[in-house]
Design a protein around this ligand. Structure first.
Ligand code: 5GP
Length: 181
């Protein structure tokens, strides 16, 4: 690997992909769109850990109206429901019944994680349940559901940085990198 801008994380090389400045613009646009739609709703943002923690932090600082934020981890298990699409939500203390809830996700790839999350949260009867994702891979999606706010559409290649990891490493980079194949 010749380029000095490439980084090595464990056994893989990554090249610079989306700059911190561009990410900031995208997060600002997302915050503006959600402000237009929900400034009077006192929404509860639910950020999905671990990947969304940096996005959620930057996003929330750009929200100029009353809102709350909660952080959850999800854990899949074999449910007793007929669909089997059950997720255990770790950390959601709020009662979301009748509330406007907006999920903050770092990336939607196949869509399986968000689909299960929507299913589980819907049963708690929020008034409005929406998704805001920083990154979306339209060519990788395998599950259909509306994604209300999309920061950037990207090709189905593995990315790292800005909260996203490779085997636990790389979350600390302020910009996004793409796997070199
Ligand atoms: P999905 O359920 O949509 O297939 O995948 C969602 C999860 O897979 C994301 O929350 C993220 O943790 C992980 N993921 C998907 N694509 C990428 C990627 O390009 N880079 C990293 N670091 N994680 C990814």
């Amino acid at each position: 690997m010749n380029s000095s801008t490439h980084i090595k994380v464990l056994d893989k090389y990554f090249q610079p992909y989306i700059s911190a400045e561009k990410i900031d613009q995208v997060v600002t646009q997302l915050a503006k769109a959600i402000t237009q739609d929900h400034a009077n709703d006192r929404p509860l943002f639910i950020a999905v850990l671990n990947g969304a923690f940096i996005f959620a932090s930057d996003f929330l600082k750009k929200i100029p109206f009353d809102c709350e934020i909660s952080f959850i981890k999800t854990k899949s298990y074999e449910g007793t429901s007929s669909t089997g699409e059950v997720l255990e939500l770790i950390g959601l203390d709020e009662d979301i019944k009748g509330r406007t809830v907006i999920i903050l996700e770092d990336i939607v790839d196949t869509g399986l994680t968000i689909k299960k999350l929507l299913h589980t949260l819907q049963q708690k009867e929020p008034k409005v349940l929406k998704i805001a994702t920083l990154l979306f891979k339209p060519d990788a999606i395998q599950h259909q559901f509306p994604i209300h706010y999309i920061g950037l559409e990207i090709p189905p290649k593995f990315v790292l940085g800005y909260g996203l990891d490779y085997n636990g490493l790389g979350r600390n980079y302020p910009e996004l990198y793409q796997l070199v194949q």
